[in-house]
Every structure is written in C-alpha cells, then in structure tokens.
Design a protein around this ligand. Structure first.
Ligand SMILES: Cc1cc2nc3c(=O)[nH]c(=O)nc-3n(C[C@H](O)[C@H](O)[C@H](O)COP(=O)(O)OP(=O)(O)OC[C@H]3O[C@@H](n4cnc5c(N)ncnc54)[C@H](O)[C@@H]3O)c2cc1C
Length: 501
C-alpha cells in the first residue's frame, strides 16, 4: 500500500479527535487525517448504547463551547442525542473526507532524520505525519474481570460498552457485576423486564438525586433566539459544578452536606433496613465518581432484585456461586465493570526519540506528561484528554478544548521558529508532575477510604486534574517557549501524497 503523507495525524474520532479536526478546519489547516478503528465517529457515545446511557454533566456544559446546541432535549441528554450531536458536527465541518474508518493505529514511531511520525494501521496502510495527536480516549477499553470458572458459563455475557441488543432480556435471570456509573444507569432500565436481577456489588456507590428533566420549549426558543442566554446558562452550570472541586481537593468537610443528601435519598427510596445497610456507602463522597439517579434504588428495592455483597466465588454452567456459597441461577451476565484506565496506554505502541517506548517507560516509572498533553522524549506528540486531565466534577470537553488550543499553539510556535519539531523539556515535565502530585495527595481520591480507577497499581493518581478547571485553562492558555526545545530534522523532506479531498 502507498505511503500517505500529512501534516497532522489524529487518532480517534470522539469528542477529542473530532474537536481537533474542527479546530484544524477552522484554522484553515486542512492537511490532516483522522484515523478511527471503528466504522463511525463518536467514541464513547458510539460504543455505549446500553439502555439508559446518558451524560452526568449537564448537556449545555457537556458540549463544545463553540458549538452550543439550543435544542438539547433534557438537562442530561441521552446517548443517542449526544452521538447525533457529534455526527451532525462531523458533517457540518466536512470532517468525513478526512476520516479513515477501520484504521486501527497499531504503532507509531518517531523518525528523527525526517522529523516525522510513522504510523501503521491494522489494514496495512502507513501514514507519515509531522504532528501526531492522540485522542484515543480514557474510558475506551472495556475492563472485563476474570471471574473464576467463567469459561464454563453457557449463557450470554457482555460488557455494558458492548451491549448485545439482540439478546432478549425479557423474562431472563440476569446477573449484573459492578455498581459504577454505567450500571446505575442500565440497572433501572432492565429491572422491569427481567425475571430476576442479581447485582454483585463490591462497594456501595454514593447515589444522589438527579435534577434532570426535559428542557421546556420556551427555554429552547429563548436559547435559539438569544444565544447570550444559552451562554449564561452554560456559565451558571459551569460555576455550579466548579464549586464542587473545593470539597474534592482537600476539604472533605464541604462534602458532608452531599453525603447527608445521599443518605436521605437512600432512606427515602429503600425501606428495607437490611438492603439499606448493604447500599450504604462506606467512604467519603467523591472518592469514586459521584453518581446521580432517581431510579436506581427503587429498582433494587423491587421484588425481583437481589444485592449480593459477598463477591463472586465461582461461575458454573448456568449459575454464579457467591462468596457465602449461595448459588444464583442466571441466564446472562452483564459486566458494568468500567474500563482500563491507568493501564490503557499499555495498548499503545508509541516509540519516541532514540526508540524510547512510551508504554514501557510509563509502566516502569509511572505516567508522566506535561499538562497531560506533551511528553519528554516524544516530539510533536500531543495527547487529548491525556493523563491527569480527567475530572470528577465538571465536563471534560472543557479540558479537551484547552488542550486543542494548546496543541495548535505549540504547532504554531514550531513553525514560527522554522523548526521541525517541538519537545517538552524534562525539567518542565518534572515540575508539573511534582506540583500536581503534591496537590493530589490531599484530594479525596487518595484520602477518601476507597479503591478507585483513578489510581495506578502503585496508588498514584494518574487520572484526575486536581482543583479548579479554570486553573487548567489558565495553565494551557500560553505555550511557554522556555518549557520546550525546538528541534530541526537531520535530513531533507520525504515525498508527499496529499490526503485532502
Ligand atoms: C458511559 C459514559 C458516560 C460518560 N459521561 C460523561 C459526562 O457526562 N461528562 C464527562 O465529562 N465525561 C463523561 N464521560 C467520559 C467520556 O469518555 C469523555 O467525556 C469523552 O467522550 C471522551 O472523548 P475522547 O474523544 O477523548 O475519547 P473516546 O470518546 O473514547 O474516543 C476515542 C476514539 O478513539 C478510537 N481509538 C482508540 N484507539 C484507537 C487506535 N489505536 N486506532 C484508531 N482509533 C482508536 C476509538 O475507537 C474512539 O472512537 C463518560 C464516559 C462514559 C463511558
């Protein structure tokens, strides 16, 4: 196959990759390609089609600031509507012509002589790009636990991110493993159909009331006719969410009111004291992702539901034996067990300067980046929604937009200086990591008494941005030349083949 040459290669077509593509189109830099392993855009919102899937940050905030949508139907929109929003923007910006579907990037390596990244895709194609933007997603690779004996199970088993819509759940005995953000959304949706629902819970999540509902027609009309009103609403939501960051970052006393609300919610919705005891969280609010639902507890309080807290001891042909030795007959197992997060980079084969192996280095020394975007030793590589830029309290789209702006500015800086590549200095990266780890040490994710997916195997938080998001916005507003080295290629330019249609 021929070699395709572009200025910028973007991997992934979720909020991150599409946002980068839109920014390049807006900047008039149309020499790029988006490589997407699936057959459509949307990332999270393409993959997670389970019943009840919705955002848990208000839609007017969980969307691009430059592409406000006056027509969101609810405060927290469902998967189909968010996916539709992303597909609509893909068409509006004419991005489809830049996207190669079915193109899984299997490896990328930096060629210092040419100052280019070489990317290989599963379909055997090779791409060469000056800049590589990784928008591969943080919650993307399903985490399926290895339950003892699962190979003997003769029923149906699937993960919430790969929902089997052909499997008729009606009248079936269904086990759900996990009680995270996805499970609390789909459990109430399926509880009414199945004959028996057995929920295997390792730890009880905090579940708060969800202030959700359809947005009234007059609000949509107002937002459409008078965009500043929509922007004002978005700002109000932003600051409301932002206020939560104070409690999460070193002031657990401020989270007590939320915990009282959670306990009252549980007491109101679950009358049975034994079940209530099982569902009572045993850690500080926010240590795991805060969940919101008005229907989760009532579903578990229903006559066909059972909550098992003793764990899974063994899976048999058509049953699960719990930690107390009780056998539960099941036809299907649904994993609501989340995603590979801190180990998700093990799936990326990225080789930087002097053959440095990104995943290997991160495995041995811990994940280190500068601002979650650039990595020392890996010139012209930009992560979107990279390490330590996830959030527990506000929209990650806000973070992604900051990163896109920063990556564009870094590319500009490279050009302005007539350089071929830009690489963050080790010292800038080390300073950044020291600072965030110092701040994260007092965060609820480390002090709140829970195990969570924000921490790596050594207990270091490699996922969350500590504190207010406006501080991140401020930190990424300017690319400080002193933080970078500008590098020239060792030899001349390669032949080019344009991908632009
Ligand atoms: C159910 C659910 C609900 C969520 N709700 C919220 C919310 O309310 N608010 C919030 O802030 N966040 C939420 N999140 C987090 C969510 O993941 C992000 O908000 C956002 O969608 C991430 O976008 P992304 O483009 O970075 O990654 P993704 O959406 O995961 O997209 C990554 C893309 O990269 C592609 N890809 C990956 N590897 C390769 C490869 N090697 N080669 C080619 N293509 C590749 C994937 O196929 C995918 O299309 C939620 C997550 C889930 C799972």
């Amino acid at each position: 196959m021929s070699l395709v040459e572009v200025e910028t290669a973007i991997v992934g077509s979720g909020f991150s990759g599409l946002g980068m593509g839109m920014a390049l189109v807006r900047a008039g830099r149309r020499d790029f390609v988006i490589l997407e392993k699936a057959d459509d855009v949307g990332g999270t919102w393409r993959d997670n089609s389970y019943p009840g899937c919705a955002c848990d940050i208000q839609s007017h905030m969980y969307s691009y600031s430059f592409e406000g949508n006056p027509d969101w139907s609810r405060l927290f929109s469902g998967q189909a509507e968010i996916w539709d929003y992303l597909r609509r923007l893909t068409d509006k910006y004419g991005l489809r012509r830049y996207i190669r579907f079915g193109a899984e990037v299997t490896g990328a390596s930096w060629d210092a002589d040419q100052a280019r990244w070489t990317l290989r895709t599963g379909d055997g194609q090779e791409y060469r790009a000056r800049f590589l933007v990784a928008g591969v997603g943080a919650l993307h690779i399903p985490n399926v636990p290895e339950l003892p004996g699962i190979e003997r199970f003769t029923g149906t088993a699937f993960h919430s991110a790969k929902w089997d819509h052909d499997y008729p759940l009606a009248g079936k005995r269904v086990a759900v493993v996990g009680t995270g953000a996805s499970a609390i959304q789909f459990v109430p949706e399926i509880a009414g159909q199945v004959a028996k629902l057995t929920l295997f819970q390792r730890s009880a999540p905090w579940v708060l009331p969800k202030a959700d509902g359809p947005l009234p027609g007059w609000a949509k009309t107002l937002f459409r006719a008078f965009p500043p009103a929509r922007r004002l609403f978005r700002s109000a939501v932003y600051w409301l969410n932002e206020s939560l960051a104070v409690g999460l970052n070193g002031h657990p006393e401020l989270l007590r009111a939320g915990e009282r609300l959670g306990r009252r919610h549980l007491a109101r919705q679950v009358r049975d004291p034994e079940l209530r005891e099982k569902l009572m969280p045993r850690y500080t609010l926010g240590c795991k992702r805060m969940l919101m639902s008005n229907t989760y507890y009532p579903a578990l309080a229903g006559p066909n539901a059972e909550v098992v807290t003793s764990g899974v001891a063994e899976v048999r042909e058509r049953s699960i034996v719990d930690g107390d030795g009780v056998e539960h007959e099941v036809d299907a197992i649904i994993y609501g067990t989340g995603f590979h997060v801190t180990d998700s980079f093990d799936y990326l084969d990225i080789k930087g300067r002097d053959g440095r192996d990104l995943a290997g280095e991160w495995r041995s020394h811990g994940i280190q980046t500068h601002l979650g975007i650039t990595v020392s030793g890996f010139p012209n590589l930009f992560f979107l929604l990279g390490p330590n830029t996830g959030l527990g309290h506000n929209s990650v789209v806000f973070m992604i937009e900051s990163q896109i702006r920063y990556a564009l500015a870094a590319m500009d800086l490279t050009r302005k200086h007539g350089a071929d590549a830009i690489e963050v200095r080790t010292s800038a990266q080390a300073d950044f990591n020291r600072d965030i780890q110092r701040r994260l040490a007092r965060g609820v994710w480390s002090t709140g008494g829970c195990t969570n997916w924000y921490l790596d195997a050594k207990g270091v938080n490699r996922t969350i941005w500590p504190g207010m998001t406006w501080r991140y916005w401020l930190a990424t507003r300017t690319v400080h030349p002193g933080d970078f080295e500008l590098v020239a290629a060792n030899t001349g330019r390669p032949e080019r083949e344009k991908v632009e249609a």
